[in-house]
Design a protein. Structure first.
Length: 135
């Protein structure tokens, strides 16, 4: 992939990722839309890492990790929804769609990093149709 193709991909991110607006009373459709935006942003994170490491040996274990703030920026989902305790991020972790690990960096007081679970994606036929309702 050439440098100009990489720049075009970066410029298209805002068009690819849906901008999600949230109201006080969220319904199932809102929650599913937010989950899709977060999952899409983590898929893009993997491709960003692959593009940055074109001349290096790629270790799958290092791909796609982002902190909550970067997920907020990539997904367009509000910080309130991303950082909410027992919120959407925790539901995605419980369903093993997102993996969580201690942060490699303590910059900005970040405690954890998150990425798309590769093993779950391979097992799931259509990740965007998963049910995110509270049980």
């Amino acid at each position: 992939m050439t440098h100009s193709e990489i720049q075009q991909t970066d410029n298209l991110e805002s068009e690819i990722i849906p901008q999600v607006s949230l109201s006080q009373g969220m319904n199932h459709g809102d929650t599913a839309g937010i989950c899709r935006a977060i999952i899409t942003s983590l898929i893009i994170a993997v491709f960003q890492d692959l593009q940055r490491r074109t001349n290096q040996r790629i270790n799958r274990e290092d791909l796609g990790w982002r902190n909550k703030y970067n997920i907020h920026l990539l997904s367009g989902v509000s910080q309130k929804q991303i950082y909410k305790e027992y919120g959407i991020m925790e539901k995605l972790i419980e369903q093993r769609i997102i993996e969580k690990r201690p942060s490699q960096s303590r910059w900005g007081k970040q405690k954890h990093q998150y990425r798309l679970s590769f093993s779950q994606i391979l097992q799931s036929r259509d990740i965007f149709d998963l049910d995110f309702r509270s049980e």
